[in-house]
Design a protein around this ligand. Structure first.
Ligand SMILES: [Zn+2]
Length: 261
């Protein structure tokens, strides 16, 4: 079986020294590609370097809504230059109204600028949305379907909304949150998403999955190695075969990130 992890942060300080082992373990588990998202201008270079060094790493460049206080005056031009220089996706970008994000108007302005870059350069986009669904849909309605597509990472919205997002050429990505014992809303969404729109991710090094396999993972950081386990549990919860769901996730990921490969 083959897998793709569509959302990681391999540049993260907590894991960057262990990257050779992380890549090796991932490849041993069937991971063919890992999409690694920058989160601010400061880590664009580290994200680029990882993609240069490892063929299996596909880079995305963007500024996460948690880190808008790091924006340089020239951030839009800087981001555009990296995107043009490197075959890459846009992100991580998005809207987070849960409290950790910046001023909402600034978030909307910055996210809209990322969408415009993705449209102009014809690139897929890696999107973070928390408690901002109404505003997100409003922006999508004004923008129209995404030409090169995109994904909503670690999906936390409703099943109904997932069906709406599919119409805008968005994929729905499930993380370790789908493995939680109380993940009722996420499981409903997992069951509603079209199999041609479903993706899987770890959000490495965060969102460590709940694995009831008898091992003690206390304090362990997440890594792409765990994608197969996330897919296996998701398949169980959707009531379809592991191999079948893995196949859909892999092909969908390749289709979306084709321009980067
Ligand atoms: Zn992320």
């Amino acid at each position: 079986m083959k897998f793709i992890d569509v959302h990681t942060h391999l540049h993260d300080r907590r894991i960057v020294d262990g990257i050779p082992g992380i890549i090796k373990r991932a490849q041993g588990a069937g991971l063919k590609k890992m999409v690694s998202c920058a989160t601010m201008e400061e880590n664009f270079r580290a994200t680029y370097d990882l993609a240069e060094e490892y063929e299996s790493v596909l880079p995305c460049f963007g500024v996460h809504p948690w880190f808008l206080d790091t924006l340089s005056r020239d951030w839009e031009r800087n981001l555009g230059a990296w995107l043009e220089k490197v075959p890459s996706g846009v992100g991580e970008t998005g809207l987070d109204f849960m409290g950790r994000g910046a001023d909402r108007d600034l978030q909307i302005e910055v996210f809209t600028a990322h969408l415009a870059l993705a449209r102009d350069l014809d690139r897929p986009i890696n999107i973070h949305i928390r408690k901002a669904w109404d505003v997100f849909i409003h922006i999508l309605k004004a923008h129209g379907p995404l030409g090169a597509g995109g994904l909503v990472h670690s999906y936390s919205g409703s099943a109904d909304l997932a069906k709406v997002l599919e119409r805008y050429n968005l994929y729905i990505s499930f993380s370790g949150s789908v493995t939680r014992h109380n993940a009722k809303k996420t499981i409903r969404a997992l069951n509603a998403v079209d199999l041609d729109r479903i993706l899987f991710e770890t959000d490495t090094p965060d969102i460590f999955p709940t694995l009831d396999d008898g091992n003690d993972y206390a304090g362990r950081l997440n890594e792409p190695l765990f994608v197969p386990e996330i897919v296996r549990i998701a398949a169980d919860r959707r009531g379809i075969g592991f191999e079948k769901l893995a196949g859909h996730g892999y092909i969908n990921g390749l289709n979306l990130f084709k321009p980067l490969i």
